[in-house]
Ligand binder design. Structure first.
Ligand code: C5P
Length: 218
């Protein structure tokens, strides 16, 4: 009997605090991440689920709730080696404020400047450090969707990427393009995120089994 696969799924938004009450974030609902977890569970796999703030979380997963990108990165590094397939559906904030004010910033007549610094690219770290693992992510673009997604697939050393347009944020349905490293594209038009999730889970399991088969041959 083959070993139960472990998925590491990153989901939801991150929140980067400026002061104790203000933050930068985005509208990610975590719906895609939840659908991926459920599809992986249906396949009989283990799921480690690292999520930013969201209204609902999947059951029967190892859940780790985080707030910031740095916290997500720390949780990923703790769980990376024990995971076979890593999927990031998280809308990780690319930037965080350099300084978090200890107290609420007071209104004044002067302009304020807030300096931001880059957050680590979590899925890129996974792509760079993978060992017999499948690493995949999403690309949400407002223009040149497929080309930008293909560039991310290459730059982050991913095994698969799913491109979708901005309209999919927060919605139950999405039009998705699942892109392989050979350039082939599977288009799924305006379908429930559950259907997209099932396809991604099947594709990643197929790719993972290919690595195992390649190793047996060599
Ligand atoms: O933000 P970007 O378009 O580069 O996101 C593409 C993929 O990279 C997504 O899967 C996202 O979850 C992941 N990502 C990440 N860490 C970041 C930014 C994005 O893991 N700091």
């Amino acid at each position: 009997m083959s070993k139960k696969l472990t998925f590491l799924i990153l989901s939801g938004p991150t929140k980067e605090y400026i002061d104790p009450v203000r933050f930068i974030s985005n509208n990610s609902s975590g719906k895609m991440g939840n659908a991926l977890a459920e599809a992986a569970l249906i396949k009989g796999c283990n799921v480690i689920f690292i999520s930013g703030p969201a209204n609902t979380f999947p059951s029967n997963v190892k859940l780790m709730e985080i707030t910031t990108a740095l916290e997500m990165f720390k949780a990923v590094k703790l769980n990376f080696k024990k995971s076979d397939i890593i999927i990031s559906a998280a809308a990780v904030s690319d930037y965080r404020p350099v300084k978090i004010y200890k107290h609420k910033i007071k209104k004044s007549s002067k302009k304020i400047l807030i300096e931001f610094t880059q957050n680590p690219d979590i899925i890129k770290y996974c792509g760079k450090n993978k060992k017999n693992q499948i690493v995949t992510g999403f690309a949400l673009e407002t223009k040149n969707l497929i080309n930008n997604a293909k560039m991310k697939l290459k730059n982050k050393n991913l095994d698969l990427i799913t491109a979708n347009a901005n309209e999919s944020i927060g919605s139950d349905n999405t039009t998705a393009y699942i892109i392989n490293t050979d350039g082939s594209v599977i288009e799924i038009k305006n379908k429930d995120k559950k259907i997209v999730a099932e396809k991604i889970i099947n594709e990643t399991i197929r790719l993972f089994n290919n690595i195992k088969a390649d190793k047996k041959v060599s």
